[in-house]
Design a protein. Structure first.
Length: 130
């Protein structure tokens, strides 16, 4: 089981997604925690590293937990994604391994990982994603 955290940022019914260098699949921003990190510590660190913005600690809210086959891994390797919403400060820019940021709609669902597809469905059902 791969344990990951993700930031859900919605603007104008579009969701912020990232594409890593050399990849063709989009992922919600976030990543894996380092040894001893809480969800919040890992989320704040990953977002600062990948997107050069600071998550507002006091605005962080748990959104949900989702699981699916891990993209690019052998069958049976699952990923669990704990998702949070939060406000931020700074200018969103790709950094570290991130080559591109994009604001995706529900029509872009075929371009994202399996777990992100489940999250897209959930956001669409709640009227948050167009």
């Amino acid at each position: 089981m791969i344990d990951k955290l993700a930031w859900i940022e919605i603007r104008n019914n579009r969701i912020l997604s990232t594409r890593s260098k050399g990849k063709d699949t989009y992922y919600l921003p976030g990543g894996k925690r380092e040894l001893g990190e809480s969800d919040i510590e890992a989320l704040m660190r990953e977002i600062a590293e990948e997107l050069t913005v600071q998550i507002d600690l006091h605005s962080i809210k748990f959104y949900g937990e989702f699981a699916a086959q891990a993209h690019g891994h052998p069958d049976g390797v699952m990923v669990t994604m704990r998702c949070y919403t939060a406000s931020y400060s700074g200018l969103l820019q790709p950094a570290a391994e991130i080559e591109e940021i994009a604001w995706l709609t529900y029509r872009d669902k075929p371009r994202v990982s399996q777990v992100d597809k489940i999250i897209f469905d959930d956001l669409k059902a709640k009227g948050l994603l167009r």
